[in-house]
Design a protein around this ligand. Structure first.
Ligand code: COA
Length: 198
C-alpha cells in the first residue's frame, strides 16, 4: 500500500473565516509562540523551543513539497494572522507502518472556543473525500488520534461526526507506561458517513 498523495500542491482552501494554506516565513513567530505555550502543549511531551518550532514547520512543508497532505496553516481572514494549523496530514496508523490520512489541529489559546478547528477540519475533510477530478484525494476514510484525556480534541472529532471504537485504542509511545497521557484514542470517519453541512 502506498501513502495517499496530492498530485500537485493543493490550492489554498477558504472557509467563511479562515484560509488553509502552506506555512510561510511570516508565520514563524506566531507559531513559535503557540507551541511554546505549556497549555497548548499540555497533551504533548513538552512545549517546543524556537528551533523545534521552525523544524516542525520545515518538516510540514517538506511533506507538502513531496506531494503528501500536510497540516495546513490557518490564517484568520479578518486579521491575516496565523492561529495554528488544522486539517489533513498523510500519516501512519499508530503502532504500524500502514499509511492513513489523519485530521488534526493545534491552535493558539486566544483562538480556542470559536469553532475554528472544526470549521477548518470540515473543509479539508470535504476536500479529502472529494473525487480527484474535483481536486480531492478520493479517500475512503480519515482518522484522528489524540491522548484519550484530551477532551477538547475528542470533542472536535465528535463534532465532525467521527466515531471511536475502543478496540482501536492504543498506547502513545511518547509517554511511559503508567503516565496519564499514554492512553490514546483513535477516531474514524468514512466518506459515506460524512455530512459536510453538520
Ligand atoms: C483541540 C483544540 C484545537 C480545540 O479547540 P476548540 O476551540 O475547543 O475547538 P473548535 O475550534 O472546534 O471550537 C469549538 C468551540 O467553539 C465554540 N464556538 C464559539 N463560536 C463558534 C462559532 N461561530 N462556530 C462554531 N463554534 C463556535 C463552540 O461552542 C465550542 O465551544 P465548547 O467547547 O465550549 O462547546 C484546542 O483545544 C487546541 O489547540 N489544543 C491544544 C493542541 C492540541 O491538544 N491539539 C490536539 C492534539 S490531538
Amino acid at each position: 500500500m502506498t501513502a495517499p498523495v496530492n498530485p500537485t500542491m493543493p490550492p489554498p482552501l477558504e472557509t467563511a473565516r479562515l484560509i488553509l494554506r502552506p506555512f510561510e516565513d511570516r508565520d514563524r513567530d506566531a507559531f513559535a509562540a503557540l507551541v511554546a505555550d505549556p497549555e497548548v502543549m499540555r497533551f504533548f511531551p513538552a512545549p517546543l523551543d524556537r528551533a523545534r518550532s521552525d523544524a516542525l514547520i520545515d518538516r510540514l512543508e517538506a511533506h507538502r513539497a513531496a506531494a503528501l497532505a500536510a497540516f495546513p496553516a490557518l490564517e484568520l481572514k479578518a486579521t491575516g494572522e496565523c492561529i495554528g494549523f488544522a486539517g489533513l496530514h498523510a500519516s501512519v496508523m499508530p503502532g504500524t507502518d500502514a499509511p492513513c490520512v489523519e485530521v488534526g489541529w493545534r491552535l493558539a489559546r486566544p483562538a480556542w472556543g470559536q469553532g475554528y478547528a472544526t470549521e477548518a477540519a470540515r473543509a479539508d475533510i470535504a476536500r479529502g473525500f472529494a473525487p480527484r477530478a474535483e481536486g480531492g484525494l478520493d479517500l475512503a476514510e480519515i482518522v484522528a488520534f489524540a491522548v484519550a484525556a484530551n477532551a477538547p480534541s475528542l470533542a472536535v472529532m465528535e463534532r465532525l461526526g467521527m466515531t471511536r471504537d475502543p478496540a482501536d485504542d492504543f498506547a502513545l509511545p511518547d509517554f511511559p507506561p503508567g503516565h496519564p497521557h499514554r492512553a490514546g484514542a483513535l477516531y474514524r470517519l468514512r466518506a459515506c458517513d460524512f455530512a459536510p453541512d453538520r
